[in-house]
Design a protein. Structure first.
Length: 132
């Protein structure tokens, strides 16, 4: 979990650097598209690596009831699938594939949202009764 946290923070830092590079390029301060692309490449690589690392959390959640277990496996599988596709697209330097993978990145968040709502509702149903 710590490594995933570090890669997520690094992805955020790369995103900020990419945004700064874009602003400098728009202002024509001599920064070219190559520098922007470099920061963008690292940002996306770190995003996909973070997803890959975080997928293990969902596979390790064996204490859940059947519904939660199925949802967690869907989320974990989606995270691994998108992560591997994204890393492959970056290594192949294929922008068309990367665009596709970023769409799948957002699609995989739907099962994550469903899982999160289920988890919250499940925790409310099984919360200990308040003492009076």
């Amino acid at each position: 979990a710590w490594l995933a946290g570090l890669t997520a923070v690094a992805a955020g830092a790369a995103d900020i650097m990419e945004n700064i590079a874009i602003l400098l390029a728009v202002n024509a301060n001599g920064m070219g598209a190559l520098t922007i692309r470099h920061f963008g490449w690292w940002k996306w690589m770190l995003v996909f690596v973070t997803m890959f690392l975080e997928s293990s959390v969902f596979f390790a959640w064996s204490s859940l009831p059947t519904t939660g277990r199925i949802l967690s496996l869907l989320v974990g599988g989606g995270f691994i699938g998108v992560a591997l596709l994204g890393i492959q697209s970056l290594l192949l330097n294929c922008d068309a594939f990367l665009e596709r993978d970023t769409v799948w990145l957002f699609v995989v968040f739907l099962p994550l949202l469903i899982f999160s709502v289920w988890r919250f509702a499940h925790s409310l149903r099984h919360a200990p009764a308040p003492h009076h």
